[in-house]
Design a protein around this ligand. Structure first.
Ligand SMILES: Nc1nc2c([nH]c(=O)n2[C@@H]2O[C@H](COP(=O)(O)OP(=O)(O)OP(=O)(O)O)[C@@H](O)[C@H]2O)c(=O)[nH]1
Ligand SMILES: [Mg+2]
Length: 314
């Protein structure tokens, strides 16, 4: 196999939530497509040094602060890359196409419409996804779930998986309808169930169990239109590979630590979790015994953030 090219890639957001894109020269690899600015790490250079150098060369800006967003190992037929993506959260200077390349600021919600290199799909998801994913606790009735999700949305939670195994099918989907009508647009709901049950709720995403993931992986195609969030539950490398195979938007990897909700499950621990994330090609939320205070550690090992049940439910 070819040597892997380590590439420093920058996500730069302006105050209106738009993202900076530049266009690749026609004669380059993936020429003519739009990209996030950045470039190859040179020998002996750290990824942050490469990021700073590339953004100086390509945009004429000085990076003041950058935070890891996602790492994507990707094999093009002719080239093997590791896109090492950082959010540049502070910089000095006026970003411009310093090498004469076309540049544009694109609203996050419009990124799906842009012609990017194939490796970039998970970056687009990672940019749009928040750092926390609330999974609803068990043991609550429909009213308590409704009140709790609305409260979480009011407190700034942007992504919720409605998990309510104790409700009847009828009560569950009545609650789904009620929430879809009431939730602010800032908070997206992912629901559970079979395709037949979820297909009509076009405002909702769909969270697949690992058993459902395995079924859909046989067909190797995405079972949901691209305008709805598609998430999957994963516990190992095989399932993370299936997540890519069905073009899931993100995965939940569990259990990272011992958790009261699944006392029999063997926790992965941080080291094995880090190894699984390094191979994954989708944004990964970590689940299982985690609190918002674990976010820093989650980012260090390359996670999108944490998914939590009690930790995000107040
Ligand atoms: N900068 C950047 N590179 C990307 C993206 N997506 C993606 O697949 N790549 C690939 O990463 C590789 C390295 O990027 P690059 O061509 O910008 O490297 P560079 O700035 O050092 O270019 P140079 O060869 O002109 O010195 C290319 O093969 C490119 O196709 C992206 O969003 N941004
Ligand atoms: Mg470049």
């Amino acid at each position: 196999m070819n040597k892997q090219l380590h590439v420093a890639v920058a996500v730069i957001e302006d105050t209106q939530g738009r993202i900076l894109l530049t266009q690749r020269a026609a004669d380059k690899h993936q020429g003519g497509l739009w990209e996030f600015p950045g470039g190859k790490c040179e020998a002996g250079e750290s990824v942050l040094q490469a990021l700073a150098r590339e953004l100086q060369e390509e945009l004429g800006i000085e990076v003041v602060n950058a935070e890891p967003l996602i790492q994507i190992p990707y094999q093009y037929p002719e080239l093997n890359v590791l896109l090492d993506v950082h959010r540049v959260t502070a910089y000095r200077g006026d970003a411009h196409g310093a090498e004469g390349q076309p540049m544009q600021w694109v609203a996050k919600a419009q990124l799906q419409q842009i012609a990017f290199p194939a490796a970039n799909r998970p970056i687009v998801c990672a940019v749009q996804l928040p750092q926390q994913y609330l999974v609803t606790p068990t043991g609550l009735d429909a009213e308590a779930l409704y009140q709790g999700v609305m409260r979480a949305a009011a407190q700034g939670i942007e992504l919720v998986q409605l998990r309510a195994p104790e409700l009847s099918e009828q009560a569950y989907f009545a609650l789904v309808e009620r929430l879809l009508q009431a939730l602010p647009v800032s908070c997206r709901l992912l629901i559970k169930g079979s395709w037949a049950q979820v297909q009509d709720y076009e405002q909702a995403g769909w969270h697949l169990t690992s058993a459902q993931l395995e079924q859909f992986a046989q067909q190797s195609e995405r079972p949901l239109p691209s305008n709805r969030w598609l998430a999957v539950s994963c516990h190992n490398a095989q399932q993370l590979a299936w997540a890519t195979q069905i073009s899931a938007d993100f995965a939940c990897l569990s259990p990272v630590q011992a958790t009261a909700s699944h006392p029999d499950a063997q926790p992965l621990g941080w080291a094995a979790t880090a190894e699984l994330i390094a191979e994954a090609q989708v944004p990964v939320y970590l689940l299982g015994g985690l609190q918002p205070s674990d976010l820093t550690q989650a980012f260090i090992i390359g996670a999108q953030g944490i998914a939590a049940i009690r930790g995000l439910w107040s």
